[in-house]
Design a protein around this ligand. Structure first.
Ligand SMILES: *[C@@H]1O[C@H](CO)[C@@H](O)[C@H](O)[C@H]1NC(C)=O
Ligand SMILES: *[C@@H]1O[C@H](CO)[C@@H](O)[C@H](O)[C@H]1NC(C)=O
Ligand SMILES: *[C@@H]1O[C@H](CO)[C@@H](O)[C@H](O)[C@H]1NC(C)=O
Ligand SMILES: *[C@@H]1O[C@H](CO)[C@@H](O)[C@H](O)[C@H]1NC(C)=O
Length: 574
């Protein structure tokens, strides 16, 4: 048999040139992914998003002063509560459900101190609470109910359970904790235990005992003793579960890793210079989004903590009482807590902030909101509200793009204000009460019962038609660790690139006093995104690898495409 004739050399050269040309065209028609705050993407570039967000007044009566707030899974409600000590609020308990304060005199309190607020209608359901939750701590249980700890006087040693789905009544155990916990921080751990750290004059920690049981004694925590200033500056410590299972604790200007199995401090990090970051010099802190890069159960996930604002002065609280209001801190520190020898990296915010809130948006950006530019926490101890939220993008390619100032509100959110991310990706902003009681007149900052919703820049009207939507039933309601997961979305795009997608899972934070307990956003490992119909895509990813990366419980899952998030769906991880 004759071999086929080989093509002449000129034809070979022509084919080679053609191939080269094709290659050039494909490379240049897909711009390099740019880690731009607006779009880490391939494909046609969206116009730069100059839309700076929008505020709306949601309701003018939250019923109670929203000192504590958290979104409750599945029921479309936000739980808010203040303190029983004031014996008054703007909403009464159902008829005949008064709290008897003194059996001799028969004195009663017929006001509610906790409410469930409907996220769409602002309808309030008053809930009866007996022990004082003033400056307490909390978080969700695995089943999506609330577990609350500490507070004032008779509430200080209390553990409370609020079963939302059935009865919506509080069950309170006033002697469950071994130490009084006023201004302490609660955090869920990898093994399912819940730790409560610190509190006024309480340099200890303990774990919430089983339902109905009491703790005999706490664990002494020298670190809290050492970080106490004459005016504290170490209350409501910043506590995060590290993806290596240890507990990161930041108080005043120091931080350690606590091993919850051995109850020993396994590492101390360098001091964060510049001032004091915890109550009453209240700064704010967040565990930056955790990014899963491997499907293995023991995947190494790096973690970085961001601490911002606070006070440079040791006496900002005392001087506030004397009408001297120091300018708050403007700087932030970033620390990679999973690195062997990390050091703080400094960033500077466009404005100073004390008593602010930091919430993680589904895009992985951090919103800094609420608070003041002068003074400290406490009644009347601050001035000059910081009305402008900031958007912080930890992945910005250069320093000039780290922060973006957004549209200001008109309502000061001083001491005792809160901010929570809603499943529709708006941020509910409530509270502010710098008075001892509900005081509306003749005071610098009246008790604030108005509630706002803030729409971050991804709500830009010019991008509305590009918002992905998770198809009804297009995401499983429960997932297990490391499970392959496919989310079905509607998306108005003809062609897509996997790198333009993100799937994020967010733990709803319990927010109070600028501390967002349990707040956590996990960026899942993406596997594929395939077109399954006109404007319909299947995005497949892998559920978090283990419970140190993402503890068991409820998450808000969002599909993000070109930095525009879908509304979240509730997913229970177990
Ligand atoms: C109840 O009121 C009586 C009479 O005013 C007072 O002596 C008593 O201390 C009060 N009890 C409590 C628990 O406040
Ligand atoms: C609600 O609680 C009651 C009493 O504990 C129980 O009998 C009932 O089955 C519960 N209902 C649901 C829907 O969980
Ligand atoms: C850290 O805070 C302590 C207690 O207020 C203070 O004495 C110390 O100087 C601070 N350290 C630094 C480096 O700022
Ligand atoms: C308002 O506050 C001022 C200053 O604290 C006080 O002198 C005055 O009596 C107050 N007026 C009323 C009506 O409470």
């Amino acid at each position: 048999m004759k071999p086929p004739p080989s093509p002449p050399p000129s034809l070979l050269l022509f084919i080679l040139l053609l191939l080269l040309l094709l290659l050039t065209v494909t490379v240049f028609s897909q711009p390099e992914p740019s880690p731009d705050p607006v779009g880490e993407f391939k494909g046609k570039r969206l116009p730069t998003n100059e839309w700076k967000g929008e505020w709306e007044l949601f309701t003018d009566n939250s019923g109670v002063s929203a000192m504590h707030a958290i979104v409750i899974p599945n029921v479309n409600k936000v739980l808010m509560y203040d303190a029983t000590i004031w014996r008054i609020s703007r909403i009464e308990l159902p008829k005949g459900r008064c709290r008897v304060l003194n059996t001799t005199t028969g004195e009663e309190d017929c006001f509610a101190h906790s409410v469930l607020m409907d996220i769409d209608t602002a309808h309030l359901t008053p809930l009866e609470l007996h022990t004082d939750t003033w400056c307490s701590s909390g978080g969700l249980t695995f089943h999506g109910n609330l577990i609350s700890t500490g507070g004032f006087q008779g509430g200080a040693n209390t553990v409370r359970y609020l079963k939302i789905y059935n009865t919506s009544t509080w069950r309170e155990f006033p002697s469950a904790l071994s130490s009084p916990r006023w201004y302490s921080t609660q955090a869920q751990l990898a093994d399912g235990r819940i730790i409560i750290i610190g509190g006024r004059s309480t340099p200890t920690y303990e774990y919430i005992p089983p339902d109905g049981k009491s703790n005999a004694k706490p664990f002494f925590f020298d670190f809290l003793q050492q970080t106490t200033d004459p005016e504290e500056n170490n209350l409501y410590p910043f506590v995060f579960l590290s993806p290596d299972s240890n507990v990161f604790v930041f108080a005043n200007n120091r931080s350690v890793l606590l091993n919850p199995d051995t109850n020993t401090v396994v590492k101390e990090f360098p001091v964060l210079p510049g001032g004091h970051r915890n109550y009453p010099a209240s700064g704010m802190a967040v565990l930056l989004p955790l990014e899963v890069l491997s499907p293995e159960a023991d995947a190494v996930v790096e973690a970085e903590v961001l601490v911002c604002g606070g006070s440079a002065h040791i006496d900002s609280y005392t001087l506030g009482l004397k009408n001297v209001f120091y300018e708050a801190l403007r700087d932030c520190g970033r620390l990679q807590i999973t690195k062997p020898r990390p050091s703080w990296r400094r960033e500077v915010m466009p404005s100073a902030r004390v008593m602010g809130d930091m919430v993680i948006l589904p895009t992985g950006e951090v919103l800094m909101i609420n608070g003041a530019t002068r003074g400290a926490s406490g009644w009347g101890n601050a001035r000059e509200p910081n009305l402008k939220p900031l958007l912080f993008n930890h992945k910005a390619p250069n320093k000039h793009r780290l922060f973006k100032e957004l549209n200001p509100t008109t309502i000061p959110r001083m001491y005792h204000s809160t901010a929570v991310v809603l499943p529709d990706n708006r941020v509910l902003v409530a509270g502010s009460n710098t008075n001892n009681g509900y005081i509306y007149d003749n005071t610098t900052f009246p008790t604030e019962l108005r509630v706002e919703k803030f729409s971050p820049p991804y709500f830009s009207p010019s991008r509305a038609h590009k918002k992905p939507k998770i198809i009804n039933g297009g995401c499983p309601k429960t997932v297990s660790y490391g499970q392959d997961l496919t989310v079905k979305v509607n998306l108005n795009e003809k062609r897509i690139f996997l790198t333009n997608f993100m799937v994020t899972m967010y733990v709803p934070a319990f927010t109070t006093h600028g501390v967002a307990m349990n707040q956590r956003l996990v960026k899942l490992l993406l596997k594929d995104a395939v077109k399954v119909g006109e404007g319909r895509y299947d995005v497949s990813c892998v559920a978090p690898p283990n419970s140190a990366v993402a503890p068991e419980g409820y998450f808000m899952l969002s599909v993000v495409h070109r930095r525009i998030p879908s509304e979240a769906v509730w997913v229970q991880l177990k």
